[in-house]
Design a binder for this molecule. Structure first.
Ligand code: AMP
Length: 286
């Protein structure tokens, strides 16, 4: 497995692969790998001849009060894990190479997809994501890229951007990988203290509860929301960022849930750890 830091070297490597007739599958990440990341890398390997994983903790997608400095990093462990699933290249650029002095262009996707959910509580986040992903696509030049459904709004934003800007990259969504007890895997789970681990289950349990209620015939988003809100707040130290039943494609809130409705959740634990989760609730495919 190659480690590439230099942007031009990355592009040159990709061009060589393309000339040799190989396809490139790409998985953008911020590192601190867990099974969720590895599943995306395996899928990229099944779909493409070569797999590139970028490892870049992108400063522009963090707000001023967010956890950029504290974000967990372990490059040695990440290298081992990526190699174990057959990754060909880790692309790990430096922030000053990605954003040199004078850099002054931002990619923004419209408010319909970015104004609500995580976009409401993290202003500027999706502009940071859209900009870095378009830069990474231009540097790595992949045929396809795999993103997790865990970050379901991000996936919708990337799909929109890729289509709108004719980037020519096939976007693949990968289902959420969970711990045995249902907690969605996340690099930020490392922030959870022992006692908070139980509280973190409030998200996946709320999803399960919504599914049971929907199966029993409760389809009104407002009454489901009220019940789930109470349930989540019954766990100690929880604070709701959002709880929303939205259409999977438009991300707009729905009145009555159906098979295209996704329940999206963001919960802050003890004012420190912000976790997200989502899933279909009424017979969807997730
Ligand atoms: P991150 O390093 O957290 O930015 O995530 C890199 C990629 O891994 C994104 O496409 C995420 O959606 C995806 N990802 C993170 N956690 C999971 C998970 N539990 N299941 C599936 N994909 C995930």
């Amino acid at each position: 497995m190659k480690i590439i830091q230099d942007l031009q070297e990355m592009t040159a490597w990709s061009k060589e692969q393309t000339v040799a007739g190989k396809t490139i599958g790409f998985v953008p990440t911020m590192g601190c790998f867990h099974e969720g990341h590895l599943a995306l890398m395996r899928q990229a390997g099944e779909l493409a001849g070569q797999v590139v994983v970028s490892l870049f903790v992108n400063p522009t997608q963090f707000g001023p009060q967010e956890d950029l400095a504290a974000y967990p990093r372990d490059f040695a462990r990440d290298q081992e894990l990526a190699a174990s699933v057959g990754v060909d290249v880790i692309f790990a650029p430096e922030p000053e190479d990605m954003y040199p002095a004078g850099c002054n262009t931002t990619v923004t996707v419209g408010k319909e997809l970015t104004g609500q959910l995580c976009g409401a509580s993290r202003p500027g986040h999706f502009a940071g994501v859209a900009t870095v992903v378009s830069k990474l696509f231009n540097i790595v030049r992949p045929d396809l890229a795999v993103f997790g459904e865990k970050d379901f709004q991000q996936l919708a934003v990337i799909r929109r951007m890729t289509e709108d800007l004719n980037l020519g990259v096939e976007i693949i969504g990968h289902p959420i990988i969970r711990e045995q007890d249902g907690l969605a895997m996340s690099s930020r789970n490392a922030y959870l203290q022992e006692a908070e681990r139980e509280t973190a289950l409030s998200l996946s349990r709320a999803l399960a509860m919504a599914r049971t209620m929907a199966a029993d015939g409760e389809l009104h988003a407002e009454s489901l929301t009220a019940t789930l809100q109470k349930f989540i707040l019954s766990f100690s130290g929880t604070e709701l960022d959002y709880i929303s039943f939205v259409d999977q494609a438009s991300l707009q809130p729905v009145v009555e849930i159906d098979k295209d409705t996704v329940l999206a959740l963001a919960v802050k634990i003890n004012g420190r750890v912000r976790l997200i989760d989502n899933g279909f609730v009424a017979g969807g495919e997730k």
